[in-house]
Design a protein around this ligand. Structure first.
Ligand SMILES: Cc1cc2nc3c(=O)[nH]c(=O)nc-3n(C[C@H](O)[C@H](O)[C@H](O)COP(=O)(O)OP(=O)(O)OC[C@H]3O[C@@H](n4cnc5c(N)ncnc54)[C@H](O)[C@@H]3O)c2cc1C
Length: 134
């Protein structure tokens, strides 16, 4: 059976790989110049920008996918923990940092909020406390 998959994002590529593994003839059609979809990158002037995902969420999904082919993610790419994990810059003062330790991220959020909002922050503190409990 011949299968045509429209779109070479994560979904299309992974579906194509699984179907091809079952012995089906698969063609993937992509309208952009390269694969990746929302997970592609944009390069200009020596800089490379993620067009979509930055967070490696649900690693078990990737592990299960590669296991279908008797492989592991580390056969294809290296994962490194970053600290800080993520930093958001704005045109104004300050930046927001996401750390591997949640409490540090909440401290970063609180510090940034103090910079831009001038109230007592009691509602904010309640939110931080309840989020930290989660
Ligand atoms: C800004 C942003 C941040 C994100 N952050 C994260 C994150 O941190 N972690 C995470 O896990 N996920 C994140 N995501 C979500 C993740 O990127 C997507 O869930 C995933 O990439 C979607 O893959 P997909 O294959 O379903 O769709 P897509 O990647 O959208 O792929 C669809 C493909 O189909 C092609 N296509 C569409 N119509 C046609 C047509 N008519 N003919 C030919 N080709 C066509 C498109 O060009 C595209 O390549 C983020 C998404 C965005 C946009």
């Amino acid at each position: 059976m011949n299968i045509v998959i429209v779109g070479a994002g994560f979904g299309g590529i992974s579906a194509a790989a699984l179907l091809a593994q079952k012995g089906l003839e698969v063609t993937v059609i992509e309208k952009n110049e390269g694969p990746g979809g929302r997970a592609s990158v944009y390069s200009e002037g020596g800089f490379t920008f993620d067009m979509g995902p930055s967070w490696y969420l649900m690693p078990d999904v990737f592990e299960n996918f590669f296991a279908e082919f008797n492989a592991k993610p580390e056969d294809f790419y290296d994962l490194k923990k970053l600290e800080p994990a993520y930093r958001v810059f704005s045109t104004g003062e300050g930046s927001l940092m996401y750390h591997l330790i949640l409490k540090r991220t909440m401290n970063s959020l609180t510090a940034l909020r103090r910079m831009v909002v001038k109230d007592s922050g009691s509602t904010w503190n309640q939110l931080v406390n309840s989020t930290t409990r989660l």
